[in-house]
Design a protein around this ligand. Structure first.
Ligand SMILES: Nc1ncnc2c1ncn2[C@@H]1O[C@H](COP(=O)(O)OP(=O)(O)OP(=O)(O)O)[C@@H](O)[C@H]1O
Length: 607
């Protein structure tokens, strides 16, 4: 069933509606192509839907017929005059309807759920293979809502709205025709009154929805207060701002309540209006119909039949706007989903079995006059012609003030972005000669902020190389100085970490990341040194682990502390996207005017 987003339920966020235009329908149609594999079942479900709507239409006729037959009269139309025959026919039709309804409901849901699972899978696959630049301009929450809220809206339309609209239209056309057959006069009166009431009801309904949307927005705002304060709870407490936050929240939540109460008043009025009008029309019809009965222009059974059709038709009219609004929202949703599906993804092999290395990289890395700006900020040149070489097995450190472009260089090596001019070469071959999978499988990064996934330590280490066996995982952990702390946990490698698990210290997280990188065994390693300093014991363990990790591979070290890079084969000093100087520690110290000498003097004094 549709989830009643229009019912004034203020907890569900309402998705924006879109105009149903050519473009919108094109988007929706693109998603509807996902039904194609199930088209035969879909056709059968459609047929059953038509059948069940038609059988539903027969009931008022049958009931009217029964009443007239009881009085020994025969209603207009094709019904027999025998009471029992009509009764039996009614049951037969009821049986057919029950049978058909079961299949139409389950089939529609089966088709929609399968199609939706395919859409979700494709959207998610596309999302995770999109280039980094795509994510730079979008918030994670917004993308997440596309996969959840937008697709749920499409699900509602696929599972119910289309079928429902078709059913409503059949009933509308069928019902009005049947009414006209029973009594043209009565039908005419009804057709004059209903179009007056219907727009009033639609207008009123819209107004109420507007108020409930305001309440929703206000509620979302108060939820933001909760989110903000809980995320920054330490700040709230440290500044003793509990009373301030409570007051802020209370004010916001009162506004929600008053808006909801205002909405309820109008809903009450709406209910009275509907009751009065709807029942008023029915009373009026019966009243006038009774006159026709007394004039022998109509039989009692026919009047009953007419009233039942009238109720059916007005119920249908009431249901149409909601279904239409659902489709409008789905058009908006499909626009946002199709936007993702139409994006150009990276050429990454998504199949698990396709993730193997086809071209080995020994570890020679060259930046050749690389110029780069982030696509989202074309006015700022981040790298302004960087050239350097790192031979296989060398340790190259990049130092420089904050914002000089060090992390950007790492991002280019990982092929998250591509330079606008110049080239990156791996083993003297341009990066574009390799597949992305080949490069990323042979470059590993140990980032500053190590992200652990919700899962066990074992799974987190194995993330470096999926499918690794236990021995390899433990071996890597040992080499990364991580085994000693992991085995102190009662559950050892099965200890759950991440948001809901054990909290690891910065040094421990780094050693897990190092184990992960060891398992991956890359030719080129990027170390983004953590800025926050660890205590000396932890630092020693991490440093040792890093030394182990750097053995026999090219290492690019983004260094924040110069003390850790004295042994580097080459140090590149970067400022504002330009290499100011490069050489080893001793060579650079000789340059009295050099930034490196200045920075090391500074660190020495501070340290
Ligand atoms: N995703 C991005 N989109 C746009 N601009 C960015 C992006 N990432 C970084 N920048 C900009 O690029 C410049 C270089 O940033 P980068 O992170 O490479 O510096 P860094 O030397 O690594 O700094 P730090 O030592 O503080 O980490 C900065 O001006 C930064 O604002």
């Amino acid at each position: 069933m549709a989830r009643g987003r229009n019912s004034g339920n203020i907890s569900a966020p309402e998705l924006p509606k879109a105009k149903i235009n050519k473009e919108g329908i094109k988007n929706l149609r693109k998603l509807l192509t996902y039904i194609k594999p199930y088209r035969f079942k879909f056709a059968a479900a459609l047929l059953f839907l038509i059948l069940s709507s038609l059988t539903g239409l027969a009931f008022p006729k049958l009931l009217g017929g029964i009443i007239d037959a009881a009085k020994g009269e025969v209603s207009k139309g094709i019904l027999p005059s025998n009471l029992n025959t009509i009764g039996l026919i009614s049951f037969a039709i009821l049986f057919v309807q029950a049978f058909v309804s079961f299949f139409r409901v389950t089939w529609f849901v089966q088709i929609a759920e399968n199609a939706l699972a395919d859409i979700r899978r494709d959207t998610y696959f596309k999302l995770i293979t999109l280039p980094m630049n795509f994510f730079a301009n979008r918030r994670v929450g917004e993308l997440n809502s596309r996969i959840s809220a937008d697709l749920s809206q499409i699900q509602d339309v696929l599972t119910t709205s289309f079928a429902e609209i078709l059913r409503l239209l059949i009933i509308l056309v069928g019902g009005i025709s049947m009414m006209a057959i029973v009594s043209g006069k009565l039908a005419l009166i009804l057709l004059i009154i209903l179009p007056v009431i219907a727009p009033c009801a639609i207008f009123f309904g819209r107004f109420i929805r507007k108020i409930s949307r305001q309440a929703q927005d206000q509620l979302a705002e108060s939820n933001t207060i909760v989110e903000e304060t809980l995320q920054g709870i330490a700040n709230v407490k440290a500044f003793v701002n509990e009373a301030f936050e409570a007051g802020r929240y209370n004010k916001s939540i009162r506004k929600v309540a008053s808006l909801a109460i205002k909405g309820a008043k109008f809903r009450g009025l709406f209910a009275s209006f509907i009751v009065f009008c709807l029942f008023g029309v029915i009373v009026g019809v019966i009243w006038y119909g009774a006159h026709l009965v007394s004039l022998k222009e109509l039989k009692v059974g026919e009047l009953t039949e007419f009233v039942l059709y009238a109720i059916l038709v007005s119920g249908t009219l009431a249901g149409l706007p909601e279904q239409y609004a659902n489709i409008q929202r789905a058009v908006g949703s499909s626009e946002r989903v199709v936007e993702i599906l139409n994006e150009q993804g990276e050429t990454i092999n998504i199949g698990e079995t396709e993730n193997y290395i086809t071209q080995n990289i020994k570890g020679n890395l060259t930046f050749r006059d690389v110029k780069f700006h982030y696509p989202s900020r074309p006015e700022i040149d981040v790298l302004k012609g960087i050239s350097f070489e790192a031979s296989a097995g060398q340790k190259v450190a990049i130092v420089g003030p904050s914002g000089s472009g060090k992390s950007t260089m790492a991002a280019l090596i990982l092929q998250f972005y591509h330079p606008q001019s110049g080239q990156l070469l791996f083993d003297d071959k341009p990066a574009c000669d390799y597949s992305l999978t080949d490069i990323r499988n042979q470059v590993a990064i140990v980032p500053q902020d190590v992200m652990l996934f919700g899962g066990t330590i074992r799974e987190n280490i194995a993330y470096g190389k999926l499918g690794s066996n236990d021995d390899d995982i433990i071996q890597a952990a040992k080499r990364a100085n991580a085994d000693s702390f992991i085995t102190t946990f009662p559950e050892g490698y099965d200890t759950v970490v991440g948001e809901r698990g054990v909290k690891l210290s910065g040094g421990q997280r780094q050693r897990i990341a190092i184990a992960r990188a060891l398992l991956k065994n890359p030719s080129i390693l990027i170390l983004d040194e953590a800025t926050s300093s660890l205590d000396s014991e932890s630092e020693r363990l991490v440093q040792e682990a890093l030394e182990e990790l750097m053995k026999n591979r090219t290492s690019i070290i983004i260094a924040h502390r110069l003390s850790t890079i004295r042994e580097a084969d080459k140090i590149i000093v970067l400022e504002k996207g330009v290499i100011l100087e490069s050489g080893n520690h001793n060579e650079l110290l000789k340059n009295e005017q050099g930034l490196y000498r200045y920075l090391s003097g500074l660190q020495f004094e501070l340290g």
